[in-house]
Design a protein around this ligand. Structure first.
Ligand code: XLS
Ligand code: NI
Ligand code: NI
Length: 443
């Protein structure tokens, strides 16, 4: 069979922090045990099919710049077949065990709903064979409900029920595909579920429609044998001015409002967090506190740009904060760490795909080692725990149990007088974190 990555002769290896080989892992050592579990099980990496194999480097100012050999064929199904070959060659060579895809990444839309279904089923059949040959598995599936012009005013939130029906059909086909490939998750992400102006929008109606779509997906998933988890991926804006799933808190509120919370978890994306004016760790913590942190789209934005640049995550402090939250909740059951990231328009060579994934996997692996050390030492957790110690006994404990009253608290304040001023020690804690990141021995 033709090879699309001839420059990589064997799967990328772990060579340790001192290697000079840019095509080796410095920190990601899949078999290395951390807290008794292999690194590969802590870091369930997934390659994003759309960015890695379908992305061609186009931007609003420029034509496609990445001439991928697997995208050259006269027939769209021919392109799909070559892309699948390239994808599985890449998964094996980079050593990632999971991938995620949208229906349209893997199979082209046909002339009508029936042909579209057949295209997808054909490609899913081939993907199943490749999965069996390689052991690589599907993490989650999703439907592309944004690109086709019919979805310009939304898919689930479109004013036209016929558009909604097309979206629903796509979701149904993609749930079938996810089941056929053994995926453990199904994602709803922003797409164009939002609006641009209230002059033409009934927001209350659109949110209700969207809830109905999610409800039907849950009902159909149960019938189709889907035993994984449904996820919503919050995103605040782009392409719509206002996206309904703005951030984790908004999305949790939406799911609660429509009685969907039991069937959904959140897939938190780093770049969407920053677009919403939050940090990645803020969004992760909101989801985790609700018991709803199900998966992550790991990437990063550009702090000087206001859109979803989907760069590969190489920022160690942010990665460490993220992994700390994941470790504290005991990892992921249905999801993992999906690289919703693409190489830059000017990274023309296929080897750049390897550099991108290697750098990001090493960043997350290093973050895992640092986070493990931080948790083991207990310095940071101890500080926070001490800070709230007053709430475990006495009047604090009474308040939390719902046993206190306002008059009682006024009386308590009067009796005890002015509280002392306790420093939050932010600068000290920032320095401690830096010590762990840059000085502590984690080899
Ligand atoms: C777009 C989203 C998209 C999803 C995949 O902004 O991040 O890539 O994660 O469905
Ligand atoms: Ni995403
Ligand atoms: Ni995104």
């Amino acid at each position: 069979m033709r090879t699309y990555f001839p420059e990589i002769k064997h799967p990328v290896r772990y060579e340790g922090p001192d290697t000079r080989n840019p095509l080796a892992f410095r920190w990601y050592d899949p078999a290395r045990k951390v807290r008794g579990i292999p690194m590969a099980d802590h870091l369930k990496f997934s390659v994003a099919y759309w960015h890695a194999f379908c992305g061609a480097g186009a931007d609003p100012f420029g034509l496609p710049s990445l001439g991928r050999a697997w995208r050259q064929d006269r027939d769209p199904m021919g392109i799909a077949a070559k892309t699948l070959d390239a994808a599985f060659e890449f998964f094996v060579k980079i050593g990632v065990r999971y991938y995620c895809f949208h229906d349209r990444d893997m199979a082209p839309e046909g002339k009508n709903v029936g042909e579209t279904r057949r295209n997808l089923e054909t490609m899913v059949g081939r993907a199943r064979t490749k999965q069996d040959e390689t052991g690589v598995r599907l993490m989650w599936g999703t439907a592309a409900l944004a690109a086709n012009p019919r979805y310009t005013h939304g898919a689930g939130t479109n004013p036209d029920p016929l558009v909604f029906a097309h979206a629903a059909g796509q979701v149904r086909q993609m749930i079938d595909a996810t089941v056929a490939l053994g995926g453990t998750g199904y994602v709803f992400w922003g797409g164009r579920e939002g609006y641009s102006t209230l002059l033409n929008t009934d927001m209350k109606q659109e949110r209700l429609q969207y809830a109905r779509l999610l409800e039907m997906a849950v009902e159909y998933g149960a019938r189709a044998g889907f035993s994984g988890m449904f996820f919503v991926e919050p995103k605040p804006r782009e392409p719509s001015t206002h996206q309904y799933d703005f951030d984790a808190a908004t999305t949790l509120g939406f799911l609660r409002e429509f009685g969907l919370l039991d069937h959904f978890m959140l897939n938190i994306e780093a770049n969407h967090a920053t677009l919403a004016g939050h940090t990645f760790e803020h969004e992760l913590q909101v989801a985790a506190d609700a018991g709803k942190l199900g998966s992550m789209d790991i990437n990063r934005g550009d702090p000087t740009l206001g859109w979803d640049t989907d760069q590969f995550p190489t920022d160690l402090p942010s990665a460490t904060m993220a992994v700390l939250i994941v470790l504290r909740q005991g990892g992921f059951r249905y999801g993992g760490l999906n690289f919703d990231a693409k190489v830059r328009r000017g990274s023309f060579d296929t080897v750049d795909l390897f550099h991108a994934h290697i750098g990001a996997m090493d960043t997350m692996a290093r973050a895992l080692l640092v986070a493990d050390r931080i948790i083991k030492d207990g310095v940071l957790d101890g500080f926070v725990s001490d800070r709230y110690a007053g709430w475990r006994t006495g009047i604090g404990g009474k308040v939390l149990k719902g046993k206190a009253t306002l008059p009682e608290l006024e009386e308590h304040a009067a009796r005890c007088g002015e509280p002392g001023l306790t420093s939050g020690r932010q600068e000290m804690l920032e320095s401690i974190l830096n010590d762990y990141l840059y000085c502590s021995r984690i080899e």
